[in-house]
Design a protein around this ligand. Structure first.
Ligand SMILES: Nc1nc2c([nH]c(=O)n2[C@@H]2O[C@H](COP(=O)(O)OP(=O)(O)OP(=O)(O)O)[C@@H](O)[C@H]2O)c(=O)[nH]1
Ligand SMILES: [Mg+2]
Length: 136
């Protein structure tokens, strides 16, 4: 059986209800597509710690407030992922692409215009059916 990779994924909300997207470098799995920042949970690591660590490493921001949104399992054939998706409603610092990745703040209504890995379709649907956390 293929092993399932546990991935922490952050839906990061900006002050004007935009969401932060990052472009995956071409050479990586699902490269060239847009994604929500995040990465693999390490052995023995708590979910929120893993999310905070990944966002610190990739974006140089400090997560101040986050809550679980949903889980998505997806089999890419070459790789099976368990996406553990959290919404980040408050953070400290200004996000930058530490690993050279392109970043873009995208209004919810424009998410459809971006190409995501297949597993992300259900996340985008879910976000479009909801309002930004600060408006709830
Ligand atoms: N970060 C992120 N990963 C996603 C998304 N959707 C999705 O299918 N994935 C998959 O989840 C896995 C995440 O791995 P990653 O490459 O970001 O992991 P990482 O940051 O820890 O990098 P590493 O390879 O250096 O350990 C990839 O297989 C990627 O294709 C998403 O929206 N965000
Ligand atoms: Mg990553």
């Amino acid at each position: 059986m293929k092993k399932m990779v546990h991935v922490m994924v952050g839906v990061i909300w900006g002050e004007e209800q935009q969401i932060l997207l990052a472009k995956r470098p071409e050479h990586l799995h699902q490269g060239g597509l847009w994604e929500f920042p995040g990465g693999k949970l390490e052995a023995g690591e708590e979910a929120l710690s893993g999310l905070s660590r990944e966002l610190q490493e990739e974006l140089d921001i400090e997560v101040l407030e986050a809550s679980p949104l949903m889980d998505v399992k997806h089999d890419y054939g070459d790789k099976q992922v368990f996406l553990d998706i959290w919404q980040v409603s408050r953070f400290k610092g200004e996000a930058r692409g530490v690993e050279g990745q392109l970043l873009r703040w995208v209004p919810l209504a424009e998410l459809d215009q971006y190409e995501f890995p297949a597993a992300n379709a259900t996340i985008v649907e879910r976000l479009k059916s909801e309002k930004a956390p600060s408006l709830l």
